[in-house]
Structure formats: structure tokens, C-alpha cells
Write a protein that binds this ligand. Structure first.
Ligand SMILES: [Zn+2]
Length: 393
């Protein structure tokens, strides 16, 4: 009797603990601190297995895949790896992550995160090239221009979108396309490739007016993307395509073609260069939980990245930093039990998440990105590499 009493007592206890843990698991709530946790940039620069250790880059390519998290990367690795060759992702010298955030905490948008990357300062949602109090922040393109670099932007999104704008403008209103375009035309930018969007709506100028603004600085190229020759070969250039014309590898133009033309232009100039390549596909597709578009977009990113990495390897003086500004969609590849071992793509939101995002680097200077914890630390590293300030040894 006692024996059974003991069993039933322990059973009750076990059941109680189980119930409590189930209750705990299903009611779990994490309070996210609203303040910005300060992480100091590491005091030491880790050595990576690279022939470039200790060398500073001549050129820098910053590749931002907007909205791409480790779920998207996992999908690329699991579905698009060739059995014959290592994937482009495995070729980087350093592979890590950063915590993309705004000044108020772990969630961010493209404007705030791209501003952090472009300026080294954390800021608020929707703020482009300005701090939380709306003071302008000097960006890495401005610093680079004053150090005799050429600067350029390639995007498969519209040219005044948050990410490119953070590298060339200082403005509170992300929808004020006219002011962003005017600031781009007044900047020292040497190259600007991308699309139009919402022409004629709100503060977005019509196509003719957009061209008029851009022509104050840039020579507008034809669809063929033929670059100016001879005496005009150093003229700043721009190409604008229609809304949503640049999509994936099935579209022409595509990000690969634009990046190829941009690299031809930038490497033909006498100066060192810093180039931003942005793909908006992961963010745009993930906001709609469009899995097919994500898979196509990943191919486009991989091809453009492959081109950039080959350029870096052949050139030997070019640092490539690949990252994202935040994750979108909370994407995961999960088991499809009805069609095992096939996978299903699942989404947890149509919005941005607080997930950490990839930060990879290759080429001279790659080791400086090993110690990055926060998005704004990327900007600090880039600034130091451009100005040749001594980084922590
Ligand atoms: Zn977004």
C-alpha cells in the first residue's frame, strides 16, 4: 500500500512539475530592455587564417542583403549548394554575426540600421544619416571622398530607398524622395545605379524631374549600361530603371549585370573606391512571406556576391564585407512530414525580427570584423580602415 502511495505521490509530483514547465514554456515572455546595451569594441584584433593579415584594403565593397537572416542563409546553403564546389558563403575569411538594432533596442528598420553601418552611430527608426536628435552624422562615403576615394551605390531597389540613402543623405523623412535625390546630386557620389519608385506620388518627383535633379551631378547612362569613354570616363554616372524592373536573374537588368558594370567603372578610375551593393529582394519577399521570390532572390545575391568575391581575389587589395541590416519574416525551413525528407518554408511574421544577422568578410582588413557585435561597430571599423587610423592591435 505504502509502495503505491509512494508511486502515486511521485507521479503527482512529476505531473505537477511537468504541468508547471508546460505552463512556463507556453506563457514565456521575454522582457526586452529598451535601452541600448553598450558593448565596447574588442581591444584586440583577432588573427584570421588569411594571407592578408595586418594589411589594409585599398578598395572596400559593402554588400548589404536587406532583410536576410540566418534562416535565409540556411535556405541558400540547403537548397542551392553545388555538390562539386564550395558555396560562395564558405569562401569568406571571417564569418560572424551582428546584432542589428536601433538606438531604442533590438528591433530596427533599414534606415536606422543602414545609418548605423554607414556612420558608426546608432539612431532611431526612419532616421537617415542623422542621430536620434536629428543632427547630421558624417558617413563613410563622405569620409572616403575627402580621402580621395571614388564612391558608388548599386541597388536592385529604388535609388532613394533607406539603405542607399543612408550612405548619401541626411534626412528625417524617408518619404521625401525629392530632398534625398537632391542631396545625392549634391554629394560626392561617383556612381548610382538603381530604380525609380512611386514617381509623381507624394514627395516623389516625376521621372523627368528626377533626371533633371540627377543630371546636376551624373551622366545618365542608357539601358545598355555603356560607360563613357575617353575624357569623359571619370564623369560620375547614374542609371535609373523603371519601378520593379530589376528583380532576379530572370530579369534584365539584374543585380549581377549592374554590379559588373559598377566594378568596371570603379576599377577603371585612378582612385581607390568604396562601393555599396544592396539587394532588397530578401526584405521585399519576406514582408510578403513569398518563399518563391526568396529562393530566386538568393540566387541573384549569390551570383552578384560570387562576382564581387572573384574581383576581390583577383584584385588582391579589396575588402568585401557582406551583411544584412535586419532579419525579415522569421523564416525557417522545417520538416514536411507528409513529404519527408522535403522541407517546408515557414514564416513567423511579415515584419522585421530581432534575430542577429550574418556578417562575413574577405580580403585585407577582414579580421577587423571578427570583433563586431553591433551594427554601428561595422561603421566604426570601416571609418578606421578608410582614414587609416590604427585599429586596436
Ligand atoms: Zn523591411
Amino acid at each position: 500500500m505504502n509502495h503505491w502511495k509512494k508511486i502515486s505521490l511521485s507521479t503527482v509530483l512529476v505531473l505537477f512539475v511537468l504541468l508547471m514547465s508546460i505552463k512556463y514554456i507556453f506563457n514565456i515572455s521575454i522582457s526586452i530592455p529598451s535601452s541600448n546595451i553598450e558593448f565596447s569594441h574588442g581591444d584586440t584584433v583577432s588573427k584570421v587564417n588569411s594571407e592578408y593579415n595586418g594589411k589594409k584594403p585599398k578598395n572596400i565593397i559593402v554588400f548589404i542583403a536587406d532583410g536576410m537572416g540566418f534562416g535565409h542563409l540556411s535556405l541558400a546553403l540547403q537548397t542551392q549548394q553545388s555538390k562539386k564546389a564550395p558555396s560562395v558563403w564558405q569562401e569568406f575569411d571571417t564569418k560572424g554575426w551582428h546584432d542589428a538594432r536601433s538606438i531604442y533596442g533590438p528591433l530596427t528598420d533599414s534606415e536606422a540600421s543602414a545609418t548605423a553601418i554607414a556612420t558608426g552611430t546608432s539612431t532611431n527608426f526612419g532616421h537617415i544619416g542623422i542621430d536620434k536628435d536629428q543632427n547630421p552624422l558624417e558617413n563613410i562615403f563622405e569620409i572616403a571622398s575627402s580621402h580621395h576615394y571614388n564612391t558608388g551605390i548599386v541597388t536592385d531597389s529604388y535609388i532613394w530607398d533607406g539603405t542607399p540613402a543612408a550612405f548619401a543623405a541626411h534626412i528625417r523623412n524617408e518619404d521625401d524622395a525629392r530632398s534625398i535625390l537632391e542631396q545625392m546630386a549634391e554629394s560626392e557620389l561617383d556612381l548610382l545605379f538603381g530604380e525609380l519608385e512611386d514617381v509623381g506620388e507624394g514627395d516623389v518627383p516625376e521621372k523627368d524631374e528626377t533626371i533633371e535633379i540627377l543630371q546636376k551631378r551624373f551622366q545618365l547612362l542608357e539601358r545598355s549600361m555603356e560607360l563613357p569613354k575617353g575624357a569623359k570616363s571619370t564623369t560620375p554616372v547614374a542609371i535609373i530603371f523603371e519601378e520593379d524592373e530589376i528583380q532576379d536573374l530572370n530579369s534584365s537588368p539584374n543585380l549581377l549585370q549592374l554590379t559588373k558594370t559598377a566594378l568596371t567603372y570603379m576599377s577603371s578610375q585612378d582612385n581607390p573606391f568604396i562601393l555599396l551593393v544592396e539587394s532588397e529582394e530578401m526584405d521585399a519577399a519576406s514582408h510578403n512571406n513569398d518563399s518563391k521570390r526568396v529562393l530566386n532572390g538568393l540566387k541573384s545575391i549569390q551570383e552578384a556576391l560570387s562576382l564581387v568575391l572573384n574581383f576581390s581575389k583577383q584584385n588582391g587589395e579589396t575588402l568585401v564585407v557582406f551583411t544584412s541590416d535586419h532579419e525579415t519574416g522569421g523564416l525557417a525551413a522545417v520538416s514536411d512530414f507528409d513529404n519527408y525528407p522535403k522541407m517546408q518554408i515557414k514564416w513567423s511574421t511579415k515584419d522585421h525580427t530581432a534575430a542577429v544577422v550574418p556578417l562575413f568578410a574577405i580580403g585585407p582588413g577582414a579580421e577587423y570584423f571578427v570583433n563586431v557585435h553591433r551594427n554601428w561597430e561595422i561603421g566604426i571599423c570601416l571609418k578606421k580602415l578608410i582614414t587609416n587610423d590604427v585599429l586596436d592591435e
